[in-house]
Write a protein that binds this ligand. Structure first.
Ligand SMILES: C[S@@+](CC[C@H](N)C(=O)[O-])C[C@H]1O[C@@H](n2cnc3c(N)ncnc32)[C@H](O)[C@@H]1O
Length: 477
């Protein structure tokens, strides 16, 4: 594969723009039903809607439906560009790469990756250097990334370059790394097509940036915990167990500026007799960090998930691979695998780790930033603070019909992590009184009077709960 020259980039951009090859343009051409079917990897309906032979149909058929297009139509759609010589289309008129429009946050890009496998249920073996396109996990990391403006950012395991596109919008210099030469090439193409200045480097984890520091490091690393046979570079590396994530977390502080951020998607092993929180706390050390386990799978569920992802379900080797993988996990005392995210803020602190499998707001990045600011910045003594209940908090009460008091009160946030906190009538009364007028100390003193309890008891019981409500954004200060 060659580099894209400025002339070719201009011509490709011109062709895509002229055809209306944008997310909206494709959606309009296909209509909602065919577009949704295509998102489920079904091309039949989209095939019906794209027979006109115009440039947009050609692009959709080539790249999104993976259908052969006659040479004359390809030439019409891409005037002056030799897609065969560039290695984008083969001599039979079939695409060799996936180039698709992608939009987020009011921005439009084109992303270059390998062809989506498994369209229309086809079972295809993936090449070991397969370069993943925009996957659900890619979007999760994009939505997790804290929205800071900064000088330098690092995208480890860049793949098709999707994270770097987003980073380039808010930092001056982006370095993208990968061990897969094909990924490095496609990331360069993605960057070039979008006129993003990307410093693409080859090497494992932090090797290519030895001695350098960044304000923001993001990685959707190859975290699949597997015995390493049939390796796919986009998801497995040959690192033992979850050590690829461990290495990233442990080394991040040496590559972050003071106050810099490292955000990872991760899988971690839950080993018999060990709390997964302690395992991650061992990696984050004395840094301020937050780990969220979004899902936990038992070993069998985990093996099934990733064998299916590799297109091996139903293949002759399936049961043997399943059995070997399970045995391998069992030999290492793995009783479950946690899947989630880790954010490390390079300031002194400790790890906060939790399970949160519920729906959250997307993007969650702004809320992640705000939560760190609150948990790190709140004064030790909250009594002088004037708090205000956040706009998105609702109170849910339940109990027997006709009962004087509710049996249960839940305060629920509708934004961010969409937390729900159980509250007794005192705490609910406290939150209700938080309109910024009285201080925390004054409200709690009034409640102590009302309850006829010593103020120190009320402070001891409720101040930690108030702190938690502030950190979780129920109360603003
Ligand atoms: C799951 S893909 C993520 C791609 C892209 N960043 C995204 O968010 O969709 C993981 C990437 O890490 C790369 N990779 C594998 N082993 C690596 C290593 N040791 N160091 C750096 N990158 C690696 C793979 O080639 C692949 O491109």
């Amino acid at each position: 594969m060659t580099e894209l020259t400025a002339t070719v980039v201009d011509a490709l951009r011109q062709a895509f723009t002229a055809a209306g090859y944008t997310v909206e343009g494709v959606a309009e051409r296909l209509g909602p039903q065919a577009n949704s079917a295509l998102a489920r990897n079904e091309t039949t309906l989209a095939g019906r809607r794209t027979g006109s032979g115009d440039a947009l149909d050609t692009m959709i058929r080539l790249f999104l439906l993976q259908r052969a297009v006659p040479e004359s139509l390809v030439t019409q759609a891409f005037p002056g560009i030799d897609l065969v010589a560039l290695g984008i289309v083969d001599s039979t008129g079939e695409a060799l790469l996936d180039i698709r429009p992608y939009a987020e946050d009011g921005r439009e890009w084109w992303v270059v990756a390998d062809l989506t496998p498994g369209l229309d249920g086809r079972r295809e073996a993936m090449r070991s250097d397969y370069v993943l396109g925009i996957a659900p996990a890619s979007l999760s990391l994009i939505h997790l990334t804290v929205p800071i403006k900064a000088e330098r950012a690092l995208d480890i395991g860049t793949g098709c370059g999707i994270q770097s596109l987003h980073l380039a919008d808010r930092v001056n210099q982006v370095v993208a790394t990968d061990v897969n030469p094909r990924a490095l090439q496609l990331a360069r193409w993605t960057a070039a097509l979008n006129r993003v200045d990307l410093d693409v480097r080859s090497g494992s984890l932090f090797e290519p940036v030895r001695g350098e520091r960044f304000d923001l490091i993001v990685s959707n690393p190859p975290y699949v915990i597997s015995p390493g046979d049939g390796r796919l570079t986009y998801r497995e590396t040959g690192f033992a167990g979850d050590s690829v994530v461990e290495q990233l977390v442990r080394q991040a502080p040496y590559h972050l500026t003071e106050g810099g951020w490292c955000q990872l998607l991760a899988n971690w092993t839950c080993v018999r007799g060990e709390d997964w929180r302690d395992r991650i706390a061992g990696w984050t050390g004395d840094r301020s960090a937050w780990a969220v386990q979004r899902e936990q799978l038992d070993p069998a569920e985990y093996v099934e998930l990733w064998l299916r992802d590799a297109g091996l379900h139903g293949s002759p080797e399936y049961t043997a691979r399943y059995d070997a993988w399970l045995r391998w996990l069992d030999d290492q005392d793995v009783e479950a695998i946690g899947m989630g995210w880790i954010t490390l803020h390079n300031v002194a602190g400790s790890l906060d780790a939790e399970e949160w499998p519920y729906e959250i707001e997307r993007p969650i990045g702004p809320h992640v930033l705000r939560r760190f600011e609150r948990s790190e910045g709140l004064p030790d003594d909250l009594t002088g603070q004037h708090l205000v209940v956040a706009d998105d908090v609702i109170q849910e009460t339940s109990g027997q019909p006709g009962a004087e008091d509710p049996a249960s009160i839940v305060l629920r946030r509708q934004r961010g992590m969409r937390r729900a906190e159980q509250a007794d009538t005192v705490l609910a009364g406290f939150v209700g009184a938080c309109d910024g007028d009285l201080s925390v100390g004054q409200i709690l003193a009034a409640l102590a009077d009302l309850l006829e309890q010593p103020l120190e008891n009320v402070l001891r019981e409720y101040l930690p709960q108030v702190r938690r409500l502030v950190v979780e954004g129920f109360l603003d200060y």
